[in-house]
Design a protein around this ligand. Structure first.
Ligand code: MG
Ligand code: MG
Length: 255
């Protein structure tokens, strides 16, 4: 179901989103060559605990998942696109890391993701990360009253395709509120003028993912969670939770 949020509810979602932003900033601050993915999860856990927030990721188990998700962030390194499980892997020079984080506060959920490199960045990774960010900004710019879901999808997809990157089908954004995943789905590619009309009070997570190798192919790794590129090329992910308002899009997961 798709719920229209009151202005008061959007303000409450902003507080959940702010905690997500702080957690992502803490993870980014902690990330360095030699630091383990578990340690990054610990940095995010400390922020959530300090803010009195819960995690919508921890113990999340959709029907396709073999185990409940064991962490408060997803850590997707290099050819991992999304849903990577933080383990004992230690970051290496030049790794491209995508971090996805959620927080629940007073029953409201925020969801955001950021990608960055550690150590010496490869120029192609810098471009990949910049493109996902640019696609996110294009999607947010299209998240205005009177537009349709297809306008967001088209804006996101056009940036990714113009740069020559692949887009993993079957993954994308979503409505968000008291649950992490609500209607409507927000695809990362689509036709303008199609889909649900955007109204004041809708809140959406917009989250482009790009595959550097240019193909769309991806698969689920042996852990049942991690989504990897099939060609082994690197991927980048960016996400914000955004409220659609009469005053324009309001990013709820900014610092
Ligand atoms: Mg997310
Ligand atoms: Mg999301």
């Amino acid at each position: 179901m798709m719920e229209i949020k009151s202005d008061t509810s959007i303000d409450a979602m902003r507080e959940a989103g702010r905690i997500v932003a702080h957690a992502l900033a803490a993870v980014r601050e902690a990330a360095a060559v030699g630091v383990s993915l578990r340690e990054l999860d610990g940095a995010a856990r400390a922020v959530l605990a300090g803010a009195g927030a819960g995690s919508p990721f921890l113990d999340y188990r959709p029907n396709w998942a073999p185990i409940p998700f064991p962490a408060v962030i997803c850590t997707s390194v290099n050819d991992a696109i999304v849903h990577g499980i933080p383990d004992h892997y230690r970051l290496r020079d030049g790794d491209l890391v995508s971090i996805d984080c959620g927080a629940t506060l007073d029953g409201w959920v925020g969801d955001a993701a950021v990608s960055f490199t550690v150590g010496r960045a490869r120029p192609e990774d810098v471009r990949l990360i910049a493109t996902a960010e640019e696609a996110l900004q294009a999607g947010i710019a299209a998240a205005v009253v009177g537009n349709r879901i297809g306008d967001i999808a088209h804006a996101v997809g056009r940036v990714c395709r113009s740069a020559g990157y692949g887009i993993p089908d079957g993954f994308g954004g979503h409505g968000i509120g008291r649950h992490m995943h609500e209607d409507p789905g927000v695809p990362n590619e689509g036709r303008p003028g199609r889909g649900m009309t955007l109204r004041h009070g809708m809140v959406l997570a917009i989250e482009p993912m790009v595959i550097g190798g240019g193909t769309d192919e991806h698969h689920t790794a042996g852990d049942g969670w991690t989504i990897r590129t099939t060609d082994g090329s690197r991927a980048s992910h960016a996400e914000h939770t955004v409220a659609i308002t009469d005053d324009g899009p309001r990013i709820l997961t900014a610092l």
